[in-house]
Design a protein around this ligand. Structure first.
Ligand SMILES: C[S@@+](CC[C@H](N)C(=O)[O-])C[C@H]1O[C@@H](n2cnc3c(N)ncnc32)[C@H](O)[C@@H]1O
Length: 232
């Protein structure tokens, strides 16, 4: 387990990300591209923000993360889920560079949702995904195309919240804290280290042995993020 900037993010992650329309739109694409895919690995699952709706929809999900604070929140959600859902949801400690032993292979999908930007060895992570997927299974990877324009993302998000009447005091307080930590994340060259254009990620995945892209765009986070879904 590692104590890093995600320990600070754990304090505001769910309060902000669950409210961000750009996160919601990306999550909707993940839900779209996992329809009918029974067993899903959520690599770098964080607080379980994506695992939870997948479990609620009936999937079997194994999530893992290496930050104790983020993982603690995911474990809490798993523990509070109804018993039947709890049986389909495993939350483990682990590193995306070498998936933990408790993660079964033959997955129908592996998620890397906003995770690759934090690792210096993205190809090692993508190889792990390939090894844990059944033929026809998909990896879904999202993240920044370049060092992101935080101001643009927040200005657009706040405009949307205001238009929807959601820009209340609790959200303003959580946003102030979250933006402060995010500013450090996006500006420190030792924090955000890996960026992809969608086409470059598709080429990399093909070179590593993946077969074909089902989706590849740079629409998310107001054009700042890539979204790639590629089949083994
Ligand atoms: C932006 S959060 C995304 C969380 C989750 N995937 C989501 O969509 O809400 C990034 C997560 O990646 C995790 N992470 C970063 N590097 C990791 C690594 N090498 N192994 C496991 N988890 C990692 C962090 O701890 C953090 O929880």
């Amino acid at each position: 387990m590692v104590d890093n900037i995600w320990t600070e993010f754990a304090r505001s992650y769910d309060a902000i990300c669950s409210q961000l329309n750009c996160y919601r739109r990306m999550a909707a694409k993940v839900l779209r591209d996992t329809v009918g895919r029974k067993y899903i690995i959520d690599a770098g699952c964080g607080t379980g923000l994506l695992s939870q709706p997948l479990v609620e929809r009936g999937h079997t999900v194994v999530g893992f993360d290496n930050n104790p604070a983020m993982l603690g929140l995911a474990l809490g959600k798993q523990a509070r889920a109804p018993e039947e859902a709890r049986r389909r949801w495993k939350v483990l400690e682990g590193d995306v560079r070498t998936f933990p032993r408790g993660v079964p292979g033959e997955a129908d999908a592996v998620l890397l949702n906003n995770v690759l930007f934090y690792v210096r060895e993205p190809e090692q992570v993508l190889r792990q995904c390939l090894e844990h997927l059944k033929p026809g299974g998909v990896v879904i990877a999202t993240g920044p195309r370049q060092r992101p324009d935080l101001r643009k993302v927040m200005v657009n998000s706040i405009e949307e919240w205001k238009a929807e009447g959601r820009w209340d005091e609790p959200l303003q307080a959580a946003t102030a804290y979250h933006v402060d930590v995010t500013r450090r994340l996006v500006t420190d060259p030792n924090e955000m280290v890996t960026f992809f254009e969608p086409d470059a990620l598709v080429d990399t995945l093909r070179r590593l042995g993946f077969s074909h892209a089902l989706a590849a765009d740079s629409d998310d986070y107001y054009g700042e993020n890539y979204y790639v879904c590629m089949a083994r």
